[in-house]
Design a protein. Structure first.
Length: 397
């Protein structure tokens, strides 16, 4: 009789306590020490500015990491998909904000059911809207769920205004007032405030450029809030911000909540920004471990291609421990990466050499993996401390 085949999780579990060198490649690895320092700096930053922080769980998609963030002081999590919210709730996270529009009736039924579920756990579910149709459909779903569950859960609803992303959101001003008034008509809905997220500003490279962009956001938010409050509806909270601009929102006196999430892993794209002097120093904490599988006179090939890391924000960077080990990563396709000496380096890496790639964009990179391997003690001499499940991998609906 053949011995039972180990599942991937069982095989990975055997790595705990082993050297970082024993991790097979390619693999998604978290430097736990760097990640915890990033968390500590973020928590201190939020306390200093007296703002709440609600990091995006769409970045790590992990219940375990969401709980770690909340232990550090986060009030809850943001998600972008109903399925992500369900995955978080299934793991015991009961303060969730779906910072996105949900329109499909079948999804809204799930949202309403989830609102009742987290309410039963003394939690809260919130969601963003940008249309009257969206408000009415949400209210209908909540009313149907109320009749089914025999309870009277309420969902917090944030009016999203378009402050420069040019994606979802109504224009600042009167359109937002009309939506807040529509929300007020429905007993199962509570007007929670404004969602004002400028995604494009997160990746403006210059610190002044980002500050100037968010200054315009502030004007639009203050104007919109004034109009809504003139109608007798308090705007209890303005939520938004990301890792690239959070220093601006935190210092504004306008935003009460920060949604920054990528700070915890700090991908290559965010690291390319000019650092604002007011922003904490966040370290790279997410890596794709790879190794050289072929070597030539002027280049080498590693075993981590696009199936192991996202390339929407550019190709990964190769972590260099010293100037002599600097390498450029070039496109090698789905399964391969091309490596060429860079900077002061003139050496082509030998077959078997281990490499640490810094993904261009952490969120979709995490979504390519079922597990992350948590390492303590550094990438060179550390040991595997934990296996982190990507609970919401593929949660697209």
């Amino acid at each position: 009789m053949k011995p039972p085949t180990k599942t991937p999780s069982e095989s990975l579990a055997q790595l705990v306590g082993q050297s970082v060198n024993d991790i097979d490649t390619p693999a998604l690895v978290v430097d736990l020490d760097a990640m915890k320092r990033n968390l500590s700096r973020m928590a201190e930053f939020a306390r200093k500015h007296d703002v709440r922080w609600r990091p995006h769980a769409k970045m790590h998609k992990s219940v375990a990491l969401a709980k770690l963030q909340m232990q550090a002081g986060a009030v809850g999590v943001c998600v972008q998909k109903t399925a992500e919210a369900e995955a978080m709730a299934a793991g015991g996270i009961y303060n969730i904000y779906i910072s996105n529009e949900v329109i499909a009736p079948q999804k809204l039924a799930r949202v309403a059911a989830l609102a009742h579920r987290v309410s039963a756990e003394n939690g809260r579910l919130a969601i963003a809207v940008d249309s009257t149709e969206g408000v009415i459909r949400l209210a209908q779903a909540m009313n149907q769920a109320r009749s089914h569950h025999g309870a009277a859960a309420v969902i917090d609803v944030f009016v999203e205004i378009d402050v420069g992303q040019h994606r979802c959101g109504v224009p600042p001003g009167e359109a937002a007032v009309a939506l807040a008034q529509e929300i007020r008509k429905h007993p199962a809905l509570r007007f929670g405030g404004l969602q004002a997220y400028h995604g494009k500003a997160q990746h403006m490279r210059g610190a002044k450029e980002r500050r100037d962009a968010i200054a315009i956001v502030m004007d639009e938010v203050v104007y919109t809030r004034k109009l809504i409050e003139a109608e007798g509806m308090p705007v209890d909270l303005v939520t938004g911000a990301g890792t690239g601009t959070m220093v601006c929102e935190a210092a504004s006196g306008v935003f009460g909540e920060l949604q920054a999430g990528s700070f915890m892993f700090m991908d290559a794209d965010y690291a390319a920004n000019e650092r604002d002097p007011a922003q904490p120093h966040f370290e790279h904490a997410l890596f794709v471990k790879s190794q050289v599988i072929s070597s030539r006179a002027d280049y080498a090939v590693c075993d981590a291609g696009h199936k192991s890391h996202a390339i929407d924000s550019g190709l990964p960077k190769v972590l260099a421990f010293d100037p002599e080990s600097e390498l450029d990563y070039l496109n090698g396709g789905d399964e391969h990466g091309i490596l060429q000496p860079a900077g002061a380096s003139r050496r082509v890496p030998a077959i078997g050499r281990m490499l640490w790639l810094i993904p261009g964009h952490c969120d979709p990179t995490v979504n390519l993996h079922d597990f992350m391997i948590g390492v303590a003690g550094g990438l060179r001499k550390g040991t595997v401390e934990t296996i982190i499940r990507v609970d919401a991998r593929g949660a697209l609906t």
